[in-house]
Design a protein around this ligand. Structure first.
Ligand code: XBP
Ligand code: MG
Length: 255
């Protein structure tokens, strides 16, 4: 049996769609309120928002959408900046009101990894202003060693920058480090930085995630392996042993 913590040296969590179910009833709601407050006629349905998620980063998503609606490039950039500041404030309120919940099974996995002494990190394209209170709300101050957000990097996922910045600042090599993501953008970003990536899709995951080291249906209960390396999901729960098997499969000399 795999010994948890032997090959696995660290775990890096994405936030949106991975730790928290934040998009449809969180970010989308805040974007729509910002449109309303600024007197703009746009409203994003759940379906339209799913397509817009192909662009990582709220401000870039807004700017691209506004250009598509016929706003000139400069005007779209200025409008997107104002809208995004407002959206960030509105989303932070939702966070502080406890409206943005964890995905099922996430708390148990984070706690179990902590009990095994596995260092935990965060790499997200989200904005620092809301990421910090969200993590503090759910996990307190000491759960994650280091958090890198979209505020600290200029090029967002699918570029590897956020993961490379994390590795650099944490002084970590990628081997034995497993990233957990929910999207193709996140998968490409993590793999681009040389990390093994586990994808746990949600309702908004689209595109081909099969290049992931492991794809799982959820964190648990009732989680099962969809594709990738042979990793145990005992009792339908993702555990340190699941992630250790991924790290071992990708770094066989460690096993
Ligand atoms: C998530 C995102 C984020 C959020 C909005 O991507 O793209 O931009 O949708 O947050 P990932 P901001 O989960 O791959 O990091 O508005 O703060 O950008
Ligand atoms: Mg995500």
């Amino acid at each position: 049996m795999t010994h948890p913590g032997r090959t696995l040296r660290a775990v890096v969590f994405d936030v949106d769609g991975t730790l928290v179910d934040s998009e449809r009833d969180g970010h989308r709601v805040a974007f729509n309120r910002a449109f309303e407050v600024m007197g703009l006629p746009y409203r994003w349905s759940a379906e339209v928002y799913g397509c817009l998620l192909a662009t990582a980063g709220g401000q870039r998503r807004l700017a691209g959408y506004l250009r598509e609606q016929g706003h000139g490039a400069d005007e779209a950039d200025v409008l997107a900046g104002g809208l995004h500041r407002l959206k960030t404030a509105l989303f932070t309120e939702l966070v502080l009101d406890g409206e943005i919940g964890l995905r099922p099974g996430v708390r148990a996995l984070v706690e179990e990894l902590g009990d095994h002494g596995v260092p935990l990190y965060v790499a997200t394209t989200g904005t620092r202003t809301w990421v910090d209170p969200l993590l503090a709300h759910h996990f307190g101050q000491d759960t994650f060693e280091l958090v890198i957000t979209g505020t600290e990097v200029t090029t967002l996922k699918p570029a590897p920058d956020v993961y490379l910045e994390l590795l650099r600042r944490a002084q970590l090599r990628p081997d034995g480090v497993v990233a957990i993501e929910d999207s193709v953008n996140g998968l490409r970003s993590a793999q681009g930085a040389g990390l093994a990536c586990v994808v746990v899709p949600n309702e908004y995951t689209s595109g081909d995630v099969s290049p992931a080291a492991l794809v799982l249906s959820g964190f648990g209960p009732g989680a099962r392996r969809i594709s990738g390396v042979d990793a145990p999901v005992l009792g339908g729960r993702v555990s340190p042993a699941t992630l250790d098997a991924v790290a071992t499969a990708l770094n066989p000399s460690f096993g």
